[in-house]
Design a protein around this ligand. Structure first.
Ligand SMILES: Cc1ncc(COP(=O)(O)O)c(C=O)c1O
Length: 396
Protein backbone atom coordinates (compact mmCIF):
# COMPACT_ATOMS: atom_id res chain seq x y z
CA UNK A 1 0.00 0.00 0.00
CA UNK A 2 1.44 3.38 -0.98
CA UNK A 3 1.68 6.00 1.74
CA UNK A 4 -0.36 9.04 0.78
CA UNK A 5 1.65 12.24 0.80
CA UNK A 6 0.63 15.64 -0.41
CA UNK A 7 1.48 16.04 -4.07
CA UNK A 8 0.22 12.56 -4.82
CA UNK A 9 -3.04 12.67 -6.70
CA UNK A 10 -4.30 9.20 -7.43
CA UNK A 11 -7.39 10.73 -8.96
CA UNK A 12 -5.50 11.29 -12.20
CA UNK A 13 -7.51 8.71 -14.06
CA UNK A 14 -10.44 9.59 -16.28
CA UNK A 15 -12.71 7.53 -18.50
CA UNK A 16 -11.62 7.78 -22.12
CA UNK A 17 -13.98 5.27 -23.65
CA UNK A 18 -16.42 2.54 -22.78
CA UNK A 19 -13.82 0.11 -21.51
CA UNK A 20 -10.54 1.96 -21.26
CA UNK A 21 -9.24 4.20 -18.52
CA UNK A 22 -7.09 7.06 -19.72
CA UNK A 23 -4.80 8.52 -17.16
CA UNK A 24 -3.03 11.82 -16.94
CA UNK A 25 0.63 11.80 -16.07
CA UNK A 26 2.34 15.15 -15.70
CA UNK A 27 6.03 15.38 -16.47
CA UNK A 28 6.68 16.14 -12.78
CA UNK A 29 4.74 15.62 -9.59
CA UNK A 30 6.46 17.57 -6.83
CA UNK A 31 6.73 15.70 -3.55
CA UNK A 32 5.46 18.15 -0.92
CA UNK A 33 4.39 18.09 2.71
CA UNK A 34 0.82 18.65 3.73
CA UNK A 35 0.03 22.16 4.98
CA UNK A 36 -0.70 20.75 8.45
CA UNK A 37 2.93 19.61 8.71
CA UNK A 38 4.38 23.12 8.44
CA UNK A 39 1.66 25.58 9.36
CA UNK A 40 2.39 26.04 13.05
CA UNK A 41 6.12 26.55 12.40
CA UNK A 42 5.32 28.99 9.63
CA UNK A 43 2.87 30.87 11.86
CA UNK A 44 5.71 31.24 14.35
CA UNK A 45 7.98 32.66 11.62
CA UNK A 46 5.34 35.23 10.72
CA UNK A 47 4.78 36.13 14.34
CA UNK A 48 8.48 36.54 15.08
CA UNK A 49 9.22 38.39 11.85
CA UNK A 50 12.09 35.99 11.19
CA UNK A 51 11.23 35.03 7.64
CA UNK A 52 14.58 35.31 5.86
CA UNK A 53 18.22 36.46 6.36
CA UNK A 54 19.82 33.29 7.69
CA UNK A 55 16.89 32.69 10.03
CA UNK A 56 16.36 29.68 12.32
CA UNK A 57 14.77 27.17 9.92
CA UNK A 58 17.21 27.92 7.11
CA UNK A 59 20.07 27.28 9.57
CA UNK A 60 18.40 24.10 10.83
CA UNK A 61 17.91 22.96 7.24
CA UNK A 62 21.65 23.43 6.64
CA UNK A 63 22.47 21.43 9.78
CA UNK A 64 20.14 18.58 8.74
CA UNK A 65 21.67 18.54 5.26
CA UNK A 66 25.08 18.29 6.87
CA UNK A 67 23.86 15.28 8.89
CA UNK A 68 22.44 13.63 5.77
CA UNK A 69 25.59 14.13 3.70
CA UNK A 70 28.00 13.62 6.60
CA UNK A 71 30.17 16.45 5.31
CA UNK A 72 32.62 18.31 7.58
CA UNK A 73 31.61 21.80 6.35
CA UNK A 74 27.96 22.81 6.72
CA UNK A 75 26.28 23.16 3.28
CA UNK A 76 25.01 26.65 2.45
CA UNK A 77 21.52 27.05 1.07
CA UNK A 78 20.25 29.60 -1.43
CA UNK A 79 16.98 30.67 -2.98
CA UNK A 80 17.57 28.52 -6.07
CA UNK A 81 20.09 26.25 -7.73
CA UNK A 82 21.19 28.60 -10.44
CA UNK A 83 22.27 31.31 -8.00
CA UNK A 84 23.99 28.67 -5.84
CA UNK A 85 25.98 27.67 -8.91
CA UNK A 86 26.63 31.28 -9.88
CA UNK A 87 28.12 31.97 -6.43
CA UNK A 88 30.12 28.76 -6.39
CA UNK A 89 31.75 29.71 -9.68
CA UNK A 90 32.22 33.27 -8.46
CA UNK A 91 33.92 32.06 -5.26
CA UNK A 92 36.26 29.72 -7.18
CA UNK A 93 37.10 32.40 -9.71
CA UNK A 94 38.12 34.74 -6.89
CA UNK A 95 40.05 31.95 -5.18
CA UNK A 96 42.01 31.33 -8.40
CA UNK A 97 43.04 34.98 -8.29
CA UNK A 98 40.75 36.39 -10.97
CA UNK A 99 38.69 39.56 -10.56
CA UNK A 100 35.07 39.95 -11.72
CA UNK A 101 36.18 41.53 -15.02
CA UNK A 102 38.77 38.83 -15.78
CA UNK A 103 37.93 35.85 -17.91
CA UNK A 104 39.12 32.32 -18.68
CA UNK A 105 37.73 29.25 -20.39
CA UNK A 106 35.79 26.42 -18.77
CA UNK A 107 35.26 22.88 -20.10
CA UNK A 108 31.54 22.11 -19.79
CA UNK A 109 29.11 19.75 -21.53
CA UNK A 110 26.96 21.36 -24.19
CA UNK A 111 24.26 18.83 -23.28
CA UNK A 112 22.80 20.27 -20.07
CA UNK A 113 20.20 22.75 -18.89
CA UNK A 114 20.96 26.29 -20.06
CA UNK A 115 21.27 27.38 -16.40
CA UNK A 116 24.67 25.64 -16.19
CA UNK A 117 26.07 27.71 -19.03
CA UNK A 118 24.43 30.96 -17.93
CA UNK A 119 26.12 30.67 -14.51
CA UNK A 120 29.50 30.68 -16.29
CA UNK A 121 28.74 33.41 -18.78
CA UNK A 122 27.26 35.77 -16.17
CA UNK A 123 30.55 35.29 -14.26
CA UNK A 124 32.32 36.58 -17.40
CA UNK A 125 33.75 33.11 -18.13
CA UNK A 126 33.80 31.45 -21.52
CA UNK A 127 32.35 27.95 -21.95
CA UNK A 128 34.18 25.47 -24.17
CA UNK A 129 31.40 23.12 -25.22
CA UNK A 130 32.34 19.46 -24.76
CA UNK A 131 30.67 16.17 -25.61
CA UNK A 132 28.82 13.73 -23.39
CA UNK A 133 29.08 9.96 -23.52
CA UNK A 134 26.47 7.19 -23.47
CA UNK A 135 25.87 8.03 -19.79
CA UNK A 136 24.80 11.54 -20.94
CA UNK A 137 27.50 13.04 -18.72
CA UNK A 138 30.74 14.78 -19.68
CA UNK A 139 32.92 12.49 -21.79
CA UNK A 140 36.21 12.86 -19.90
CA UNK A 141 38.12 11.10 -22.66
CA UNK A 142 37.15 13.87 -25.09
CA UNK A 143 37.37 16.96 -22.86
CA UNK A 144 40.78 18.28 -23.86
CA UNK A 145 42.75 21.03 -22.20
CA UNK A 146 43.76 22.51 -25.56
CA UNK A 147 44.53 26.01 -24.32
CA UNK A 148 46.36 27.51 -21.31
CA UNK A 149 43.24 29.67 -20.92
CA UNK A 150 41.24 26.69 -19.58
CA UNK A 151 41.25 26.83 -15.76
CA UNK A 152 38.08 25.04 -14.73
CA UNK A 153 35.91 22.06 -15.57
CA UNK A 154 32.19 21.86 -14.79
CA UNK A 155 30.57 18.42 -14.95
CA UNK A 156 26.81 17.95 -14.77
CA UNK A 157 25.03 15.14 -12.92
CA UNK A 158 22.53 14.80 -15.77
CA UNK A 159 19.36 12.91 -14.73
CA UNK A 160 21.18 11.97 -11.50
CA UNK A 161 23.99 10.15 -13.32
CA UNK A 162 27.62 10.98 -12.44
CA UNK A 163 30.92 11.06 -14.29
CA UNK A 164 33.67 8.75 -13.03
CA UNK A 165 34.66 10.93 -10.08
CA UNK A 166 38.00 9.17 -9.57
CA UNK A 167 39.00 9.77 -13.17
CA UNK A 168 37.77 13.34 -12.87
CA UNK A 169 40.02 13.86 -9.84
CA UNK A 170 43.08 12.56 -11.72
CA UNK A 171 42.33 14.71 -14.78
CA UNK A 172 41.81 17.83 -12.68
CA UNK A 173 45.02 17.26 -10.75
CA UNK A 174 47.18 16.54 -13.79
CA UNK A 175 45.83 19.61 -15.61
CA UNK A 176 45.55 21.90 -12.54
CA UNK A 177 41.84 22.53 -13.10
CA UNK A 178 39.30 23.67 -10.53
CA UNK A 179 36.35 21.26 -10.54
CA UNK A 180 32.74 22.19 -10.00
CA UNK A 181 29.90 19.70 -10.16
CA UNK A 182 26.53 20.98 -11.29
CA UNK A 183 24.63 18.25 -9.47
CA UNK A 184 21.32 20.11 -9.73
CA UNK A 185 19.54 16.87 -10.71
CA UNK A 186 21.69 14.53 -8.62
CA UNK A 187 20.54 14.74 -5.00
CA UNK A 188 21.45 11.43 -3.35
CA UNK A 189 23.63 10.18 -6.23
CA UNK A 190 26.72 8.25 -5.21
CA UNK A 191 29.85 7.02 -6.92
CA UNK A 192 31.35 3.85 -5.46
CA UNK A 193 29.10 4.35 -2.45
CA UNK A 194 30.30 7.89 -1.76
CA UNK A 195 28.72 11.29 -2.23
CA UNK A 196 30.42 13.72 -4.64
CA UNK A 197 31.84 15.93 -1.86
CA UNK A 198 33.80 12.91 -0.60
CA UNK A 199 35.96 13.14 -3.73
CA UNK A 200 36.99 16.66 -2.74
CA UNK A 201 34.87 18.51 -5.31
CA UNK A 202 32.56 21.46 -4.85
CA UNK A 203 29.01 20.67 -5.84
CA UNK A 204 25.71 22.43 -6.28
CA UNK A 205 22.39 20.64 -5.81
CA UNK A 206 19.03 22.13 -6.83
CA UNK A 207 15.96 21.87 -4.59
CA UNK A 208 13.55 23.12 -7.23
CA UNK A 209 10.06 21.59 -7.07
CA UNK A 210 10.86 19.48 -10.13
CA UNK A 211 13.94 17.90 -8.55
CA UNK A 212 14.58 14.63 -6.68
CA UNK A 213 14.43 16.41 -3.35
CA UNK A 214 12.78 19.82 -3.15
CA UNK A 215 12.13 22.86 -0.98
CA UNK A 216 9.83 24.35 -3.67
CA UNK A 217 12.65 26.67 -4.80
CA UNK A 218 16.16 26.32 -3.43
CA UNK A 219 19.66 25.07 -3.88
CA UNK A 220 22.74 24.26 -1.84
CA UNK A 221 26.49 24.18 -2.21
CA UNK A 222 28.60 21.52 -0.56
CA UNK A 223 32.30 22.28 -0.50
CA UNK A 224 35.44 20.98 1.20
CA UNK A 225 37.26 24.27 1.40
CA UNK A 226 36.68 26.60 4.35
CA UNK A 227 37.61 29.76 2.41
CA UNK A 228 35.14 28.93 -0.36
CA UNK A 229 32.47 28.08 2.22
CA UNK A 230 32.94 31.44 3.96
CA UNK A 231 32.85 33.30 0.64
CA UNK A 232 29.56 31.58 -0.23
CA UNK A 233 27.95 32.83 2.98
CA UNK A 234 28.95 36.41 2.13
CA UNK A 235 28.10 36.16 -1.56
CA UNK A 236 24.48 35.20 -0.95
CA UNK A 237 24.14 38.34 1.17
CA UNK A 238 25.35 40.91 -1.40
CA UNK A 239 28.99 40.10 -0.60
CA UNK A 240 28.72 41.78 2.81
CA UNK A 241 31.47 40.81 5.25
CA UNK A 242 30.14 43.13 7.93
CA UNK A 243 26.60 44.30 8.43
CA UNK A 244 26.90 47.65 10.23
CA UNK A 245 27.97 49.71 7.23
CA UNK A 246 27.26 46.87 4.82
CA UNK A 247 30.82 46.80 3.52
CA UNK A 248 31.46 44.24 0.78
CA UNK A 249 34.56 42.43 -0.46
CA UNK A 250 32.94 40.94 -3.58
CA UNK A 251 29.89 41.88 -5.64
CA UNK A 252 27.46 39.27 -4.28
CA UNK A 253 23.78 38.93 -5.08
CA UNK A 254 20.86 38.45 -2.76
CA UNK A 255 20.19 34.72 -2.96
CA UNK A 256 19.16 33.85 0.58
CA UNK A 257 16.64 31.08 1.23
CA UNK A 258 13.34 32.10 2.82
CA UNK A 259 11.90 30.34 5.87
CA UNK A 260 8.92 28.90 4.00
CA UNK A 261 11.26 27.08 1.61
CA UNK A 262 13.46 25.92 4.49
CA UNK A 263 10.40 24.52 6.28
CA UNK A 264 9.34 22.53 3.22
CA UNK A 265 12.93 21.33 2.78
CA UNK A 266 13.14 20.25 6.43
CA UNK A 267 9.90 18.26 6.18
CA UNK A 268 10.95 16.58 2.96
CA UNK A 269 14.33 15.75 4.43
CA UNK A 270 12.58 13.79 7.19
CA UNK A 271 11.22 11.58 4.37
CA UNK A 272 14.42 11.33 2.36
CA UNK A 273 14.75 7.56 2.77
CA UNK A 274 11.26 7.10 1.42
CA UNK A 275 11.98 9.47 -1.50
CA UNK A 276 15.19 7.77 -2.57
CA UNK A 277 13.90 4.24 -1.89
CA UNK A 278 10.72 4.82 -3.85
CA UNK A 279 12.60 6.31 -6.81
CA UNK A 280 15.00 3.37 -6.80
CA UNK A 281 12.09 0.90 -6.93
CA UNK A 282 10.32 2.82 -9.69
CA UNK A 283 13.53 3.24 -11.69
CA UNK A 284 14.15 -0.52 -11.49
CA UNK A 285 10.78 -1.12 -13.18
CA UNK A 286 11.62 1.41 -15.90
CA UNK A 287 15.05 -0.10 -16.48
CA UNK A 288 13.54 -3.55 -16.87
CA UNK A 289 10.87 -2.41 -19.32
CA UNK A 290 13.06 -0.10 -21.41
CA UNK A 291 15.96 -2.56 -21.28
CA UNK A 292 13.65 -4.97 -23.15
CA UNK A 293 12.98 -2.38 -25.87
CA UNK A 294 16.68 -1.56 -26.03
CA UNK A 295 17.37 -5.27 -26.58
CA UNK A 296 15.12 -5.10 -29.64
CA UNK A 297 17.11 -2.13 -30.96
CA UNK A 298 14.11 0.25 -30.77
CA UNK A 299 15.78 2.82 -28.52
CA UNK A 300 18.73 3.40 -26.17
CA UNK A 301 18.69 4.14 -22.47
CA UNK A 302 21.19 6.15 -20.43
CA UNK A 303 24.25 4.02 -19.62
CA UNK A 304 24.69 4.07 -15.84
CA UNK A 305 27.91 2.61 -14.49
CA UNK A 306 27.45 -0.13 -11.87
CA UNK A 307 29.49 2.15 -9.58
CA UNK A 308 26.81 4.88 -9.68
CA UNK A 309 23.67 5.06 -7.59
CA UNK A 310 21.41 7.16 -9.81
CA UNK A 311 18.08 8.50 -8.45
CA UNK A 312 16.81 9.14 -12.02
CA UNK A 313 15.42 12.63 -12.41
CA UNK A 314 13.14 11.72 -15.34
CA UNK A 315 13.87 8.64 -17.41
CA UNK A 316 15.66 9.66 -20.61
CA UNK A 317 15.38 7.54 -23.74
CA UNK A 318 17.15 8.01 -27.06
CA UNK A 319 15.04 7.11 -30.06
CA UNK A 320 16.41 6.06 -33.43
CA UNK A 321 14.66 9.02 -35.01
CA UNK A 322 13.67 12.63 -34.21
CA UNK A 323 11.55 12.61 -31.04
CA UNK A 324 8.79 14.85 -32.48
CA UNK A 325 6.31 12.09 -33.38
CA UNK A 326 6.93 10.29 -30.07
CA UNK A 327 6.26 13.51 -28.11
CA UNK A 328 2.96 14.01 -29.98
CA UNK A 329 1.99 10.38 -29.40
CA UNK A 330 2.63 10.59 -25.64
CA UNK A 331 0.86 13.93 -25.36
CA UNK A 332 -2.18 12.44 -27.11
CA UNK A 333 -2.25 9.98 -24.22
CA UNK A 334 -2.04 12.72 -21.60
CA UNK A 335 1.54 11.88 -20.69
CA UNK A 336 3.83 14.87 -20.28
CA UNK A 337 7.30 14.39 -21.77
CA UNK A 338 10.17 16.85 -22.30
CA UNK A 339 12.82 17.27 -24.97
CA UNK A 340 15.39 17.69 -22.24
CA UNK A 341 18.30 18.27 -21.86
CA UNK A 342 19.35 20.25 -24.84
CA UNK A 343 22.50 21.02 -26.81
CA UNK A 344 23.36 24.51 -25.58
CA UNK A 345 25.84 25.24 -28.35
CA UNK A 346 22.89 25.27 -30.75
CA UNK A 347 20.64 27.56 -28.66
CA UNK A 348 19.99 31.00 -30.13
CA UNK A 349 22.22 32.97 -27.74
CA UNK A 350 25.09 30.48 -27.68
CA UNK A 351 25.19 29.53 -31.37
CA UNK A 352 28.64 30.34 -32.74
CA UNK A 353 29.56 32.48 -29.74
CA UNK A 354 32.02 30.19 -27.93
CA UNK A 355 34.49 27.46 -28.78
CA UNK A 356 33.44 23.87 -29.05
CA UNK A 357 35.29 20.57 -29.12
CA UNK A 358 34.21 17.31 -30.78
CA UNK A 359 30.44 17.19 -30.17
CA UNK A 360 29.65 14.17 -32.34
CA UNK A 361 27.66 12.24 -29.71
CA UNK A 362 25.70 15.33 -28.62
CA UNK A 363 24.89 16.11 -32.27
CA UNK A 364 23.74 12.54 -32.84
CA UNK A 365 21.31 12.46 -29.88
CA UNK A 366 20.12 16.03 -29.41
CA UNK A 367 16.97 15.71 -31.50
CA UNK A 368 16.22 12.10 -30.58
CA UNK A 369 16.29 12.32 -26.80
CA UNK A 370 13.19 12.61 -24.69
CA UNK A 371 12.63 12.56 -20.94
CA UNK A 372 9.76 10.58 -19.49
CA UNK A 373 8.09 11.25 -16.14
CA UNK A 374 9.38 9.18 -13.23
CA UNK A 375 7.82 10.35 -9.99
CA UNK A 376 8.68 9.62 -6.39
CA UNK A 377 5.11 8.53 -5.76
CA UNK A 378 3.69 6.64 -8.69
CA UNK A 379 1.24 3.75 -8.75
CA UNK A 380 1.95 0.51 -10.59
CA UNK A 381 -1.00 1.23 -12.87
CA UNK A 382 0.46 4.62 -13.78
CA UNK A 383 3.74 2.98 -14.72
CA UNK A 384 1.87 0.28 -16.66
CA UNK A 385 -0.06 2.98 -18.51
CA UNK A 386 3.17 4.74 -19.44
CA UNK A 387 4.80 1.48 -20.60
CA UNK A 388 1.70 0.49 -22.64
CA UNK A 389 1.70 3.93 -24.27
CA UNK A 390 5.36 3.58 -25.26
CA UNK A 391 4.68 0.07 -26.57
CA UNK A 392 1.78 1.42 -28.64
CA UNK A 393 4.10 3.94 -30.31
CA UNK A 394 6.37 1.18 -31.56
CA UNK A 395 3.41 -1.02 -32.59
CA UNK A 396 2.30 1.69 -35.07
C1 LIG B 1 21.76 20.92 -14.78
C2 LIG B 1 21.03 22.04 -14.11
N1 LIG B 1 21.73 23.10 -13.68
C3 LIG B 1 21.12 24.13 -13.05
C4 LIG B 1 19.76 24.13 -12.81
C5 LIG B 1 19.15 25.31 -12.12
O1 LIG B 1 18.55 24.97 -10.89
P1 LIG B 1 17.32 25.83 -10.35
O2 LIG B 1 16.14 25.51 -11.17
O3 LIG B 1 17.14 25.36 -8.91
O4 LIG B 1 17.70 27.26 -10.41
C6 LIG B 1 19.01 23.05 -13.24
C7 LIG B 1 17.55 23.03 -12.98
O5 LIG B 1 16.71 22.90 -13.77
C8 LIG B 1 19.64 21.97 -13.91
O6 LIG B 1 18.96 20.91 -14.35
Amino acid sequence: MLPVFAGFHPGNACRAGADSIQMKLNIVRPFLPDLSEIQSDFAQCLQSGLVTNNSPHARRFEERLQQFFGCPITPSVNCNGELSLYHLIQAWKDRLGYGPHDSFEVLVPSFTFSGTIHALVTNNLRPVFCDVDAGLVLDLSKAVVDSPDIKMIVAVGAYGNLVDLELMGRLAKSQSLAVILDNAPAFGSRFRGKFSWEYGFSEMISFHATKIFNSMEGGANIVNDREIADALIRLRDFGQYEKVRGDVDLPGLNSKMTEICALVGLKNLEKVDFILGSRARNAARYREFFGGLEGKGWLRTMAVSPHVVCPYLYFPIILNEDAGAFVNHMQSRNIGVRRYYTANHSLKFYRGRYRQQDLSFTEAIKDNIVSLPLHTVMTDSEMDYLFESVQAYFAK
